[in-house]
Design a protein around this ligand. Structure first.
Ligand SMILES: [Zn+2]
Length: 297
């Protein structure tokens, strides 16, 4: 990496994207740096490529009482490295308020190092359909998925954001999966799409679902209410009772021309995602004090 560019800076991550190959030392050193900054780091399990081990890490911001618990994950698909770099870069400046962040920056290290969508299987289609199943007994669950499922066992989260890049590359969009009891909530995803649009990060207008198909839930361009049956991470967390589950899809095509913009989009989207989570989860009284006019039911 270019020595003139400080480690963990967007410039350094941009270089890592341009370089093409995935050097896991970039992840190791970012995690070490964030640990020094106060994140609690847990080593979930090692995945090997030709005898060389690559750790799946989980980072947590300091615990606070009565907080919103936000889970952010990425790295399911190894050819979407900008999401992991953007997430780590976001953490460098993140200051927790009323939330605790748990982050798994690379869920599937073998695919990450290879720079491939997946090796032998698609991580984001390999979660157990039945969230209550013991992954150690379920024989068909790949090792990396097992490690991640076990790390999340027994933990409560209010929101889950899983970050991906979309090969169509036509703009940002979101799969939004809400638990039954939160269906009426003002769409966090819609706010995210609108706010990014305002800053010039266009959304993918083709992504929406017909209102006719989804009952009385309204549809918005750039937001896909998710009823996917595939065994995705988002579906698994929803089945585990997380009320707000999102898959954020960043345009992959931007990567080819402007990795700098791509990284900025990921960082900005995460800043907004956390802000919007605060808005959704602050108790009404606190929201009023803070001047948030909108409420969620
Ligand atoms: Zn993906």
């Amino acid at each position: 990496m270019d020595e003139a560019k400080p480690e963990g800076s967007l410039d350094a991550y941009e270089d890592a994207i341009i370089a093409g190959f995935r050097d896991y030392r970039v992840i190791d050193s970012a995690v070490a740096r964030l640990q020094r900054r106060g994140f609690h780091v847990e080593e979930l399990g090692m995945r090997f490529v030709r005898e060389k081990g690559h750790m799946i890490y989980m980072l947590e911001s300091p615990a606070v009482q009565n907080v919103t618990r936000i889970l952010v994950t990425t790295g399911a698909h190894g050819d979407e490295a900008e999401c992991a770099y953007g997430l780590l870069s976001f953490l460098e400046t993140f200051k927790p308020q009323n939330e605790q962040l748990a982050v798994i920056p690379v869920t599937n290290p073998r695919a990450f190092v290879a720079g491939k969508t997946g090796i032998k299987y698609d991580f984001n289609r390999a979660f157990p359909e039945d969230a209550s199943v013991d992954v150690d007994i379920a024989g068909d669950v790949p090792e990396a998925v097992k490690i991640v499922c076990k790390a999340l066992r027994g933990r409560r989260f209010d929101v889950h954001f899983d970050l991906h890049s979309d090969f169509e590359g036509k703009g940002f969009f979101v799969y939004e999966r809400l638990a039954e009891k939160t269906k009426q909530a003002k769409s966090l995803a819609r706010r995210l799409v609108e706010r990014l649009d305002e800053e010039g990060f266009r959304h993918n207008e083709e992504k929406s679902v017909s209102t006719r198909l989804i009952g009385n839930q309204r549809n918005y361009s750039g937001v896909v209410p998710s009823y996917r049956k595939e065994q995705t991470f988002e579906a698994y967390m929803a089945a585990r009772g997380v009320p707000f589950c999102y898959t954020l899809e960043f345009p992959e095509a931007a990567l080819v021309e402007r990795p700098d913009l791509q990284l900025k989009l990921v960082v900005r989207a995460l800043e907004m995602a956390v802000e919007e989570s605060r808005r959704v989860f602050y108790p009404a009284r606190i929201r009023k004090i803070l001047g948030y006019s909108e409420t969620t039911k």
